[in-house]
Design a protein around this ligand. Structure first.
Ligand code: XMP
Length: 449
């Protein structure tokens, strides 16, 4: 990120990434105060800040001293500047260590409590910057709808709908702006959970009446996966096949100029701030090749995940889509361990459905970040109706996490686990054992493959 992208044209507080791990939290906190805020790398220039309509700047450093530098013209703009931790030290050093700073400069140390920091941020934003509190999802939708209309004119847009939160909200937003000029392609690869295909079809085709193409590619994916047991190989096959299917379908359409993508703010920040290595390497299924002949529309790229959900709810998407838990692009393909067969998919789907039902009944569905069933490639001995059985074991995984990078296993009450286990062994054929995964990440990953 050498040049700073302009995401939303309105007064904003710019948070400069000076190495703090709380940058995203600070940016979000300011938005929760109703003031639009963007995070930019420490390489941002004073010139760029001016063109971004920054009404205040926060230099957000970590607790340790760091080696970054900041374009000194950033400090000469005359707008309020707040330094946090090593950002504060940077400012003090800039003014020769003097404790008498010019009036538009202030500093905070975060060794005080979290509440205090929040209050100080509020003071900076409201009283010092006097920033207008005009950021809301309602106004975001109004502004974006106008932007999309003027960008697209009377041309056409294509959207690859996966049923996940981001692509669903993109589709609903663009549909609000241009209606029938949008076409959505939904590829059913046969690796979704129980009820998901129906929910997507019902929402977008029956309720929103979109131009909606559902491609039944179940057999095609399963054929390609026959005999494949290596997880990375499976991911590659599923990812590539998705692109082939999408390409074929989009080639049948005429006069499409734009491709809508559900890029969100985290994708932009994580794929390159100047102070962090990129850690995440998951290649998303639904990731489309870069050489496609379309102009991109990415209307959610300024939003945090919770803002994306709020936009979705505002646009009338059902709660099951707006609050959908993270789901890997390769879907059940990486939850059936070893070779994927119809029979195994059916087992994991039913077990997963029971788990989801019971978690929702217990009121834990918003509390646990991700929960699902896995079918390991093992069978074990059991008894059923006084006879020996030799059947599958099902694994259950439920984790608390913020971003999937680390996770803690969820302490689901035992009586709920017991109920889930009893239901799975009695309602799902060929399962005689249920195990609960009590591994954190690290050392485990969230998925088993
Ligand atoms: P792991 O298993 O790496 O998962 O701890 C972290 C988060 O990423 C999801 N995940 C994937 N998402 N494609 C995706 O789009 C993938 O291949 C993939 N593998 C894991 C996982 O569900 C969890 O939320």
């Amino acid at each position: 990120m050498s040049t700073a992208p302009l995401l939303i044209e309105q007064d904003k507080i710019v948070v400069i990434d000076f190495g703090s791990k709380h940058n995203q939290l600070i940016t979000r906190t300011i938005r929760e105060l109703g003031v639009y805020s963007e995070l930019h790398p420490h390489t941002v220039t004073g010139e760029e800040l001016k063109s971004m309509q920054a009404v205040g700047v926060i230099i957000s450093g970590g607790e340790e001293e760091n080696v970054y530098n900041i374009d000194s013209s950033v400090l000469d703009l005359g707008i309020p500047v707040l330094g946090i931790d090593s950002g504060a030290q940077f400012i003090l050093k800039h003014f020769g260590g003097s404790s008498e700073l010019p009036a538009n400069f202030s500093t905070i140390e975060t060794d005080s409590t979290g509440d205090n920091v929040k209050e100080k941020l509020r003071h900076f934003v409201e009283n010092i910057c006097e920033a207008e509190a005009s950021w809301s999802m309602k106004t975001f939708i109004e502004i974006e709808v106008e932007k999309i209309r003027s960008q697209v004119g009377d041309r056409k847009v294509l959207c690859a709908l996966s049923g996940g939160v981001d692509s669903s909200v993109v589709a609903a937003l663009i549909h609000r702006a241009i209606g029938d000029q949008l076409t959505c392609i939904f590829v059913d690869h046969g690796l979704l959970r129980k009820g998901e295909v129906e929910s997507v079809v019902d929402t977008f085709s029956n309720q929103f009446h979109m131009n909606f193409i559902k491609v039944d590619a179940r057999k095609r994916f399963l054929d390609k996966l026959t005999g494949v047991t290596d997880p990375e190989q499976k991911r590659k096959i599923i990812g590539n096949e998705f692109i082939y299917v999408f390409d074929e379908e989009s080639a049948k359409l005429e006069g499409i100029d734009f491709l809508a993508q559900g890029t969100i703010y985290a994708d932009i920040i994580e794929s390159g701030t100047a102070t962090k290595e990129v850690i995440k390497s998951h290649h998303n299924v639904g990731g489309l090749p870069e050489d496609m002949d379309f102009e991109l529309i990415e209307p959610l790229k300024a939003l945090f995940k919770d803002e994306v959900r709020a936009v979705g709810a505002e646009l009338g998407l059902p709660s099951e889509i707006v609050h959908r838990q993270p789901f890997p692009g390769p879907g059940l393909g990486v939850r059936v361990l070893g070779e994927i067969t119809e029979e195994k998919l059916a087992i994991v789907r039913e077990a997963d459905w029971i788990l989801r039902e019971e978690i929702a009944k217990a009121g834990l569905d918003r509390e646990i970040w991700q929960y699902f069933a896995i079918l390991p490639d093992i069978r074990s001995v059991g008894v059923r109706n006084e006879k020996r059985s030799y059947d599958y074991a099902v694994g259950l995984r439920a984790v608390h996490s913020v971003d999937g990078m680390t996770a803690d296993w969820a302490r689901i009450p035992w009586d709920i686990l017991e109920k889930i286990s009893n239901r799975i062994t009695s309602e799902v054929e060929h399962v005689n054992r249920v195990v609960y995964d009590i591994t954190g990440k690290p050392p485990g990953t969230i998925e088993w493959e």
